[in-house]
Design a protein around this ligand. Structure first.
Ligand code: AMP
Length: 217
């Protein structure tokens, strides 16, 4: 099963993609996570991608598709994948169809998670991350006991550069410009369904699972 989870930054794609992948025993492939891993390891790909990530811009299609091609070639991906944060442009969506067809897989179904812009800004600008192991907090929804310190290991909490207000606004604009056509692309070929991304995470998970099962019935 090949699934594309679409939705703007802050829609909860990452969390939901992990839950879906675990429940359906699929690989969770997040291009944002892969870029951050490369950046932290200071690989040439990571250092190149960081220039775009820090500005809230998209990494060029060729670079992203090359990285996804490599990941799809690993044996565990043959059993099925939940794509998270990819594709983000129509060119990437077309490249993914071509890659999967080459590998003899079915073409993916896409599910769009829908959340209002004001809610997205609140979710993203309030997010804080623990410096040592990446534990996630939110200043309103999940504040740490001691401000600025991780409850689990006491290390400093920081705001990702791409979660600053200006960059968030830019990421949402980029999403609307570049990724809305991806939703239209899957809609036009009858491979799209939509689920509300507002409400309790466990309710959203249930709706997503029902949508996936419906789409693959
Ligand atoms: P994310 O964690 O998915 O929001 O991704 C963080 C950043 O990585 C994005 O703001 C982009 O700079 C870059 N990125 C991740 N996925 C893609 C993609 N499919 N296409 C282009 N850039 C990407």
């Amino acid at each position: 099963m090949m699934l594309v989870l679409l939705g703007p930054p802050g829609a909860g794609k990452g969390t939901q993609a992990k839950i879906l992948a675990q429940g359906l025993q699929l690989v969770h492939l997040s291009t944002g996570d892969l870029f951050r891993e490369h950046r932290d390891r200071r690989t040439p790909l990571g250092l190149d991608a960081e220039r775009y990530m820090a500005r809230g811009e998209l990494v060029p299609d060729e670079t992203v598709v090359g990285m996804v091609r490599q990941r799809l070639g690993e044996p565990d991906a043959a059993g099925g994948v939940v794509f998270d944060g990819f594709p983000r442009t129509v060119a990437q969506a077309e490249a993914l169809d071509a890659l999967l067809a080459d590998l003899g897989h079915e073409l993916p179904c896409a599910i769009a998670l829908e959340v209002a812009r004001a809610e997205l800004i609140r979710r993203l600008t309030g997010r804080r991350v623990c410096r040592s192991r990446g534990h996630i907090y939110h200043i309103d929804f999940k504040p740490p006991v001691i401000e600025g310190a991780c409850d689990i290991d006491g290390s400093e909490l920081y705001q990702r550069t791409d979660d600053a207000l200006e960059t968030v606004a830019r990421r949402l604009d980029v999403y609307a410009q570049a990724t809305q056509p991806v939703i239209d692309y899957y809609g036009a070929c009858g491979r799209l369904c939509s689920v509300s991304g507002e409400g309790e995470p466990q309710d959203i998970s249930q709706c997503l699972r029902a949508a996936v099962i419906g789409a693959n019935a």
